[in-house]
Design a protein around this ligand. Structure first.
Ligand code: NDP
Ligand code: OAA
Length: 433
């Protein structure tokens, strides 16, 4: 792959990366569209804290490497390099919408080690657009200035076929927000096209076992579109983020019961990340006891609790003037951690996954939030022993009907013929109420 000069005069004449040098490289990668690559090859924080750098080899003098940036132009004698030998091998994490609000919280969590662990070095591959390429460079600079020892590479670009190369995780956040007067069907179409393209790109260049978490709304149907366009990647690997809804539900139950929220477990969100989602108080537990034994106010559970969780996103937008960003980033962290760590005995977590083969009788071939457990290997299994009652099932069917309608609306993007949009009138994203 050719390394081509960037226009910035301070960052010209790229040279090959040296494995023994901390440096920021800015490369324009081809064949498709430009990607800017900043690579921090070996500059653990500990090494920098050890004092001034050791000798700079003459042939590597900063003048000969104009592409590097500030302190990263200096060649270090990295004694702490030894430490990296006990680290795991680099994990490639692609993030779309990387200049957006959610990413602005998430990227720093990913780089800090709190997501994948303190022995897991990470490469961040950030996808933006022509709109955001300058902002993305700013994001990369902030990451650089944060001196994260585990952050070994940062690359930024606007072509998913380049940015998603070898991605082992793809966190798909970027999506057009719904504007005033825009029909939901139009949003499904515009964002669906983004996720169809990104699905194709993942299919051609990502790791064959890439795990994909779709955040951009409407996330369940975007995840369906994405997986349909990526036939070489197991459908099971695609998730729609409903962890924020789970967290919101736990918080409400804890508040009502007067306990701290770590006492709430087994919280399932069923269905769509929309106002038809079903927070399941039948199976959830507080201090290991069924919620209904602890909170005896059934009317509150059925009406207030359910509506509060369904509409939490919208209320937050009214207060903040923008949608949840920090708590969404936290919930993405939770979602990944739930897949890379074994689920605590007896508990489970919620995530929107492909329904084909599900044991509950939910329609096949959609992406629906359900209870899952993981052994910590990045994979998951659906939890089988959950109770169902009429209240729960009736609401699950409503969310299922909404997702089936969304699916008909994007048939042109999933390779299933002509789209036909008959979305239920009351179907809304959490932020749309
Ligand atoms: N599942 C969940 O629980 C939640 C999901 N969300 C959803 O996450 C998404 C991102 O939210 P947030 O980071 O706050 O949003 P921002 O508006 O801050 O960022 C969104 C990014 O999307 C990108 N984008 C892609 N296509 C378009 C387009 N056609 N028009 C405009 N922007 C576009 C933009 O980046 P670029 O120009 O680089 O492409 C932009 O930076 C939204 O869809 C939101 O609804 C939000 C909260 C919770
Ligand atoms: O509708 C939105 O963009 C916000 C959203 O998903 C949420 O807060 O759950």
């Amino acid at each position: 792959m050719a390394a081509i000069d960037l226009s910035s005069p301070a960052r010209s004449s790229p040279a090959p990366l040296s494995p023994r040098r901390g440096s920021l490289h800015l490369l324009l990668r081809r064949p498709r569209r430009p990607t800017l690559r900043c690579s921090l090859d070996a500059a653990p924080k500990q090494a920098q804290a050890q004092g001034p750098p050791a000798a700079v080899a003459a042939e590597e003098a900063p003048t000969a490497r104009k592409e590097c940036y500030g302190v990263f132009c200096t060649t270090y004698d990295l004694r702490a390099d030894e430490k990296t030998k006990s680290w795991k091998s680099l994990v490639n994490v692609a993030v779309s919408g990387a200049a957006g609000m959610i990413s602005n919280h998430l990227l720093f969590k990913l780089a800090s080690g709190e997501v994948f662990g303190p022995d897991q070095p990470i490469a961040l591959k950030l996808l933006g657009s022509e709109r955001s390429i300058q902002a993305l460079e700013g994001v990369a600079m902030e990451l650089e200035d944060s001196l994260y020892p585990l952050l070994r590479e940062v690359s930024i670009g606007i072509d998913p076929y380049v940015v998603f190369e070898d991605a082992e995780w793809a966190l798909l956040i970027g999506a057009k927000p719904r504007g005033p007067g825009m029909e939901r069907s139009a949003l499904l179409d515009i964002n669906g096209q983004i996720f169809a393209e990104q699905g194709k790109a993942l299919n051609s260049v990502a790791s064959r076992n890439v795990k994909v978490i779709v955040v951009g709304n409407p996330c369940n149907t975007n995840a369906l579109i994405c997986l349909k366009n990526a036939p070489n990647i197991p459908a099971k690997n695609f998730h729609a983020l409903t962890r924020l809804d789970e967290n919101r539900a736990k918080c409400q139950l804890a508040l009502k019961a007067g306990v701290f929220y770590d006492k709430v477990s087994n919280m399932t969100i069923w269905g769509n990340h929309s106002t038809t989602q079903v927070p399941d108080f039948l199976n959830a537990k507080i201090n290991g006891r069924p919620v209904k034994e602890v909170i005896k106010d059934t009317k509150w559970l059925e009406d207030e609790f359910t509506k509060t969780v369904q509409k939490r996103g919208g209320v937050l937008i009214q207060k903040w003037g923008r949608s949840s960003a920090a708590s969404t980033a936290v919930s993405i962290v939770d979602a990944i951690r739930s897949l890379v760590n074994p689920t605590p005995e007896g508990d489970w977590f919620s995530t929107g996954v492909y329904t084909t083969g599900n044991p509950y009788g939910i329609a096949e071939d959609i992406v629906f939030s359900m209870p899952c457990r993981s052994k910590g290997d990045g994979d998951y299994e659906l939890v089988k022993d959950v109770a169902m009652d009429d209240f729960l099932w009736e609401r699950i069917k409503k969310s299922e009907a909404e997702l089936l309608a969304e699916k008909r609306c994007v048939a042109h993007l999933t390779g299933e013929g002509n789209a036909f949009c008959d979305l239920p009138g009351d179907t809304m994203l959490p932020g749309e109420m």
